[in-house]
Ligand binder design. Structure first.
Ligand code: ATP
Ligand code: MG
Length: 453
C-alpha cells in the first residue's frame, strides 16, 4: 500500500509492497505541484500540467454556485469519473453523529455494496485515508490485507483502487474513491490529480454542510417559534376561560347580590343613608372590576373570535381600542367571510391587534381603516391610518426596549401562515400595513414553504 500526502510525498505503509519506483515518484510530485525543472520530459510535464489544470477548472466550474450538498457530490463525482475515464466510484462522508463513513453518492457500485460498506475511521482503506489524511493507490484492492469487507469487494469485482481524502483545512470530511475492474489501472499522477480535486471538493462540501446545518438550525428555530406562538395562544385561551368561568361569574354574582341588597335596604327604610351609600359604592366598584376583568379576558382571547369569527372580533377590538382616543375607525369586508381554523383566526387576530395597537400608541391619527378581502384562495387584509407616519428603515430589528418586536412578530405570524406582509409609511402622511395569506383547501398552515415540514 502506498500513501501520499498533499505535497506528493508517498509513504509506503508496508515497505515490502511499494507500488511505484523512486524514479516515477519524482514525476508524480511534479504532476501535483507544477513543473519540476529536474524532470527531463519538459514537454510531457507541461502537457500533463495543462491537462490537470483543465480538469481542476472543469470540476471547479461544475460545482461553483451549487449550494446543495447532494448536487455538489453528484456533479463532482460525475466530473471526476469523466476526467479519469472511469465508470466506478463514489464519495463517502463521515457522519457526525455515528462517526461512520458511508457512501453518499456512487456510480457503478451495487446497492448491496453501497448499503453494507459502512466503516469507521481507521478501518479498511477509506477509513485509513480519513485517519491518516493521505491518499491510497492500490494495484488490486481485492488482494490487499487492509481492505475492509473483502467479500463485498470481491463480489463487486473491484481491482485497482484510489482513495483520496476530502478535506477542508485540516478537517477530513470523507473520501472520494475511484475504482476499476482491472488491476494496475491507475498511476500516481491520477492520485495527485484526484487529490487536488478532492481538496477543491472538500471546501465546497464543507460550505454545503455548513449551509445544511444552518438551514436545519433555522428550521428548528422556526418550528420552536411557531410552537411558542401556538402554546402562548393556548395559554391565553385557558386563562381567559378560567377568568370568565370563575372570576367574572363571581363578580357579576356579587354585583347582582349587592344590587338586591341595596333595593331591599332602601325599600325597608330600616337602614341609614350612610350604609346604603356604602353599599352602592361597593356595588359600583364591583361593576367596575367586572368590566376590567371582561376587558382583560377580551384582550387575552376575545370570545367573539370563537363564536362569530375574525371580522366580528376585529370590529369589536378596533372600536374598543381606537374610539376612546377619538380615532374614527371603519372596518370593511369585501367578499364573503369564511371561517378559518381557530389557530389561523387567532394568529390573524393578533396581527390586526398589533397593528391597531400601533395606531393607538404611535400614530396620532384621526382616522383608521381596516379592510378584509376574502377571495376563494386568499385573504388579504390592510390596516391604514392617517397619522404621523414613521421611517420604516429605522425599524429593522428588535431593539432592547422591545421596539420593533410588534412588527417582527406580525411578519413571523403571517409567514407561519404561508403568507406575506408589508408595511409602508410616510412621515406626516400615515401608515398602511398589508398582509395576505392563502386560504381554502389543503393549506398546510405553519409548514415551512421550502421543506413542507
Ligand atoms: N401606525 C404607526 N404610526 C406611527 N409609528 C408607528 C406605527 N406603527 C409602528 N410605528 C413605529 O414603529 C415602531 C415599531 O413598532 P412595533 O409594533 O414593532 O414596536 P412597538 O409598538 O414599539 O412595541 P410593541 O409592539 O412590542 O408594543 C414603533 O415604536 C413606532 O415608532
Ligand atoms: Mg407595536
Amino acid at each position: 500500500m502506498c500513501y501520499a500526502d498533499r505535497s506528493g510525498q508517498f509513504a509506503a505503509t508496508t515497505e515490502e509492497r511499494p507500488i511505484v519506483s523512486e524514479g516515477r515518484r519524482a514525476k508524480a510530485v511534479a504532476g501535483a505541484t507544477g513543473p519540476d525543472p529536474a524532470v527531463s520530459d519538459q514537454g510531457g510535464d507541461t502537457a500533463k500540467h495543462h491537462h490537470d489544470l483543465l480538469a481542476l477548472s472543469r470540476v471547479s466550474a461544475a460545482i461553483s454556485g451549487l449550494h446543495d450538498l447532494d448536487a455538489i457530490l453528484r456533479i463532482g463525482l460525475d466530473n471526476v469519473l469523466n476526467i479519469m475515464n472511469g465508470t466506478v466510484g463514489g464519495i463517502m462522508l463521515l457522519d457526525e453523529t455515528s462517526q461512520m463513513l458511508f457512501y453518499r453518492v456512487h456510480h457503478g457500485l451495487s446497492d448491496k455494496y453501497v448499503e453494507e460498506m459502512r466503516i469507521r475511521p481507521g478501518e479498511g482503506i477509506a477509513g485509513k485515508v480519513v485517519q491518516s489524511n493521505r491518499s491510497v493507490l492500490l494495484e488490486d484492492i481485492s488482494s490487499d490485507p487492509d481492505a475492509a469487507r473483502v467479500d463485498l469487494v470481491t463480489l463487486e469485482g473491484l481491482k485497482a483502487f484510489i482513495s483520496v481524502p476530502l478535506r477542508a483545512k485540516d478537517n477530513v470530511l470523507g473520501v472520494m474513491n475511484v475504482a476499476s475492474h482491472t488491476p494496475h489501472r491507475f498511476t500516481k499522477d491520477d492520485v495527485n490529480l484526484l487529490h487536488s480535486i478532492g481538496d477543491q471538493l472538500g471546501i465546497a462540501i464543507e460550505q454545503a454542510l455548513l449551509n445544511e446545518r444552518l438551514r436545519k438550525a433555522r428550521e428548528r428555530m422556526r418550528k420552536l417559534a411557531r410552537q411558542n406562538l401556538v402554546a402562548e395562544e393556548e395559554e391565553r385561551r385557558r386563562i381567559a376561560r378560567e377568568l370568565h368561568d370563575e372570576t367574572s361569574q363571581a363578580l357579576s354574582g356579587i354585583a347582582l347580590q349587592l344590587e338586591a341588597l341595596i333595593e331591599v335596604s332602601t325599600a325597608s327604610g330600616n337602614q341609614d343613608a350612610e350604609f346604603i351609600a356604602g353599599l352602592k359604592k361597593v356595588q359600583s366598584l364591583t361593576v367596575q372590576v367586572h368590566r376590567e376583568v371582561s376587558r382583560i379576558i377580551s384582550n387575552l382571547h376575545p370570545a367573539l373570535l370563537d363564536t362569530l369569527g375574525l371580522v366580528a372580533a376585529v370590529r369589536q377590538y378596533a372600536k374598543s381600542r381606537l374610539q376612546p382616543q377619538d380615532i374614527n375607525v371603519t372596518v370593511d369586508v369585501k367578499g364573503t367571510e369564511m371561517r378559518l381554523p381557530p389557530d389561523v383566526e387567532a394568529a390573524l387576530f393578533r396581527v390586526v391587534q398589533g397593528l391597531i395597537g400601533n395606531i393607538a400608541e404611535h400614530s396620532k391619527a384621526k382616522n383608521a381603516s381596516i379592510l378584509l378581502v376574502y377571495k376563494p384562495d386568499e385573504l388579504m387584509l390592510s390596516v391604514s391610518d392617517d397619522g404621523q407616519g414613521f421611517d420604516i428603515y429605522q425599524v429593522t430589528d428588535v431593539e432592547e426596549s422591545g421596539r420593533g418586536r410588534g412588527l417582527f412578530s406580525i411578519r413571523e405570524r403571517v409567514g407561519f401562515l404561508g403568507g406575506t406582509s408589508r408595511v409602508e409609511s410616510k412621515i406626516g402622511a400615515g401608515t398602511t400595513a398589508w398582509a395576505s395569506i392563502p386560504i381554502g383547501q389543503d393549506i398546510g398552515y405553519g409548514k415551512d414553504p421550502d421543506t413542507g415540514n
